[in-house]
Unconditional design. Sequence first.
Length: 138
Amino acid sequence: MKANSRKGIKNLSKLQRGEILIPKEIREVLVGILLGDAHIQKRSSTSNARLLYAQTAIAHKAYFNLVFNIFKSFCTDGFTPKSKLNVDKRTNKSFSSISFTTMQLPCFNWYKEIFYNLNVKKVPDNIYELLTPKGLAF
């Protein structure tokens, strides 16, 4: 049974979250984007991980949309990417960005474990097994 969240979004049950798997072709893309602009986050030590991805909105919007469409099924129903205006603290210049965040799901936990050490991103020891030509393209 689904419960309501504070934001009015229907939450998945623990069982439903556990049933969500990442297909092979999406795992390949995930590895590629984790070597670049994507990151995996856990809100607490006991929570599931989630994928966060952002790009500068104007220059890379088509690529962002491609990546978002690949991971859209891991976001809540009806999710729309978030746009915002940022200020670079070093240069004091403004720029826009667009981002999406997936649901917190057990299928992302393994990627958090292998790509991070004490919340610092690293290249996994088994990257040669994980990285495919498709992943490299991303």
